[in-house]
Design a binder for this molecule. Sequence first.
Ligand code: SF4
Length: 375
Amino acid sequence: MDLKQYIIDKSKELNIDIIGFTDCEPLFHLKEYLVMRQKENKETEFEEKDIEKRIDPKATFPDCKTIIVIGLSYNNDFNQEPKEGLTGKLSKSSWGLDYHMVLEKRMENLIKEIEKIKEFRFKSFVDTGPLIDRELARKAGIGYYGKNCSIINYEYGSFIFIGYILTDLDINIDPILLEEECRECNLCLKSCPTSALESPYIFNPKICISYLTQTKERIPYELRSKMGNNIYGCDVCQKSCPKNKNINRVNHEDFIPKDRKGYINIEEILSISNKQFKEKYGSMAGSWRGRNIWRRNGIIALGNTKDRENLQILKSLLKDPNPMIREYTAWAILNIDYRYGIEVIGDILEYEQNKVVKQEIKRLINYFATKNIQV
Ligand code: SF4
């Protein structure tokens, strides 16, 4: 029996959209680029720091011979922005059930099918492995790199989740590398609000809105203004991409937003308890950084409305038990109305016990004072 064809056939039965195979040779061609990113501080805290582990599959699984890479499309088109209320956006990648669980289940089922005919050893990953999954996907013929650094598949576009299984299986590898098709197009580069796509195929993740919505580092003030009402992720560079139009939409049930999950009510998020948050949003990929990161992003979103009507909601958060929330609230209030902000924040400063928060609020006041003089 042809093992490769057997795996491909089983993947179709298991509702896996795309499958490819690649070898375990180290990705030496990426080393220089990764070292440069580290030196330029363009590496995020979510990435593996050990470059050898990032490029060498055998550093993770010494007996690795073949890597099976799978792709699942999540280019759903079901959500409608609610008309009422203050709404925050969630990336498509967080509309439904946590994709880690969905892909892990698909890979687990595929592994079981392979085990029916062959004993083998493996290690599987979705997002959390040290290797550069996009490069594995490219090598396995899943897609080509777009200028926005996403992997683009001819049939499904770039809204695809990637998972991979390192195996000790001997499989004949002859991937058909997909030819790059961006050509003269530069739409994604033009659409990025923070210019995180510095040039074609060159991406600075530290200023990408998707990263900013997840980091616990203090977000630079100028970048907060560009975050709009994004609560988790940002799909702008993919939404602007023509390769995501007129493509195969599979609409996997798991990724369809239920109960308006494509958008969230910011007011609800600001007052939600930890328990309620876990119950309502805990099964979504975007909730992994916890309630307070969503609340922080909700505050930034309110600040970005520049609407005085939101000042009352914000004012109540100046006494929030979480120091980060107090800091960002001060930013949002000052961003909406500097004079009002100076008044209410001045009062709060008197009672603020946390030295770091106090210092940050003073820094904010200076920053906005300078900005206001310039205006
Ligand atoms: Fe390529 Fe244009 Fe899509 Fe960017 S928007 S990835 S340049 S096709």
